[in-house]
Design a protein. Structure first.
Length: 516
């Protein structure tokens, strides 16, 4: 410690934090040296960051030491009814965002019973060696980038190395309360703004994720075993489908009606700016699962919608791409729940079919092809899908086009005819209903493609599910609220549920129950 420090000052204000003050004084002394005085500001930033971490680590550790070792008396009684009267001082190390700290605590035990540590309950320490702050940081970083990048970012932020395998385990633990979190939210009332809006929108889509072979479904595993790889270290184009497992992506939100005409929609797709203010989704939740079946996810979709409209006063809209399995299930589910469900086929998918058909008649990116698509889109939006389907088939026949050249035309016509009862766009637009699945398309891109579809990545089932849940929480704006809930559940699991009377234990230590 520097000689010019006042002993009276340090013995008073810094009592019990002597090591922290020693580090603080050491940093101050170093900042005065000629070496540091010549540093560029970036080098100075690095120096203070590194030395500052050690200061924070010591402060954290000494504060914990100040709290005591958790000696609350002669014994504690566990939830199993066993009186634990044998006391023993033990140590454990915790990796925090500041570095590793050592915590001394009294353990209460009895023969052939697990020990209970009251100070662990006071601090809500985790069951393993990583603090909740470190767990949270890892979860946030993994939600944004690959595991390799995430552990590197954690090290850059904290100076604390964490093995990739440890990060994978922590992430899976981090999402264990995902389902119960949203189940608990279902009992809460939606925001007043959402209660007043007339439309509740339900959407779902499927997206494939490249998996490790053992985590593929059985039919896909069989295909994977028999497929021939063109490349040794990665899957080439066309081979990924044999190594993919479908994740179901879902979204539910409330929105205001937005009346438009067919001409308005065509103008939007032709890059004409609309003068009408487009309403924004409210109370939006997006999520995805690769472990749960499509039916289970769709059940959750209906449950989420019911939270936003418990009295069934809104108009329920299911926006989809025409997936037959989804359509069949949601129709039956809505009927069983007594819900009048309006099904709308995503106009974006219709346009994609139209463009493929247009290339049969006109060169790609030609102005005439664009005009052909625009005219037929306008007709479909005006409620004439069947007429448009018949017209394009007739045009292909008159030009004496044969298969496979005319196949895109026939596929487009078939798509329109098979889904004609979901193509009542003239009615949908008049009622102000949305006709495009922009929210779910964005969810697929954010939840899966941007994070899961990394070149060379093959996911485990548990790992993929964990990352999907973390990204879902971030997309829905629920991460911070979820994390508080998760820490509360950790307290119940690791501490409260182990004692016969946790309140008595805490009272003896002079604190209140940590249950928020």
């Amino acid at each position: 410690m520097p000689k010019n420090c006042s002993s009276d000052f340090t013995s008073g204000f810094f009592e019990n934090f002597e090591s922290s003050f020693e580090q603080f004084a050491r940093v101050i002394e170093r900042l005065k040296t000629k070496e540091v005085m010549r540093m560029r500001h970036s080098d100075l930033e690095s120096l203070i960051t590194i030395e500052g971490r050690e200061l924070l680590r010591r402060m954290f550790e000494e504060h914990i030491r100040l709290r005591g070792v958790g000696d609350i008396g002669s014994h504690v009684i566990g939830a199993d009814g066993v009186i634990r009267s044998h006391k023993r001082l033990r140590r454990r190390k915790i990796t925090t965002v500041f570095g590793k700290v050592t915590i001394e605590r009294i353990g209460y035990s009895d023969r052939e019973t697990s020990s209970l540590f009251p100070i662990d309950a006071i601090l809500n320490l985790p069951s393993d060696s990583y603090s909740h702050g470190m767990r949270k940081l890892v979860a946030k970083e993994v939600a944004k980038s690959s595991f390799d990048d995430a552990v590197d970012s954690v090290f850059q932020f904290t100076g604390v190395p964490i093995p990739k395998r440890s990060a994978e385990v922590l992430v899976q633990k981090a999402v264990q309360d995902f389902n119960s979190f949203y189940a608990s939210k279902e009992s809460q009332n939606a925001k007043q703004e959402a209660m007043q809006l007339p439309l509740v929108i339900l959407t779902a889509d499927g997206k494939g994720i490249v998996m490790r072979q053992e985590d593929l479904t059985q039919p896909t595993q069989n295909k994977a075993r028999t497929s021939q790889h063109k490349l040794k270290k990665r899957l080439s184009k066309g081979e990924k489908s044999n190594f993919k497992r479908m994740a179901t992506v879902a979204s539910v939100y409330v929105i205001n009606a937005h009346n438009r005409t067919a001409a308005d929609i065509v103008g939007e797709f032709n890059s004409q700016k609309s003068t009408n203010k487009v309403p924004k989704p409210v109370e939006k939740r997006v999520w995805a699962s690769i472990q749960r079946s499509t039916e289970e996810v769709l059940n959750s979709v209906f449950e989420e919608a019911a939270v936003r409209d418990p009295l069934l006063k809104k108009k329920w809209i299911f926006l989809c791409d025409g997936n037959k399995h989804q359509l069949s299930y949601v129709t039956k589910r809505a009927k069983s729940l007594g819900i009048v469900l309006t099904i709308v086929l995503d106009i974006i998918h219709v346009i994609e079919y139209l463009w493929k058909a247009a290339r049969v008649f006109y060169p790609e990116a030609s102005q005439k092809g664009e005009q052909w698509v625009t005219q037929r889109l306008l007709g479909i939006l005006e409620g004439n899908a069947c007429h448009i389907a018949a017209g394009m088939r007739r045009a292909a026949t008159l030009r004496k086009l044969k298969s496979p050249l005319r196949d895109p035309v026939d596929k487009c016509a078939k798509y329109l005819l098979n889904n004609k009862k979901y193509l009542k766009y003239d009615q949908y637009l008049a009622e102000g209903l949305p006709i495009a699945t922009g929210v779910i398309e964005g969810a697929c891109r954010h939840l899966i493609k941007d994070r899961m579809d990394v070149t060379g990545a093959r996911w485990s089932l548990a790992g993929a599910e964990a990352v999907l849940k973390l990204r879902s929480l971030r997309s829905s704006g629920d991460f911070e609220e979820y994390w508080q809930y998760h820490e509360d559940q950790e307290y119940f699991r690791n501490h409260q549920d182990l004692y016969a009377d946790i309140d008595g234990v805490l009272t003896n230590f002079g604190v209140e129950n940590l249950n928020h």
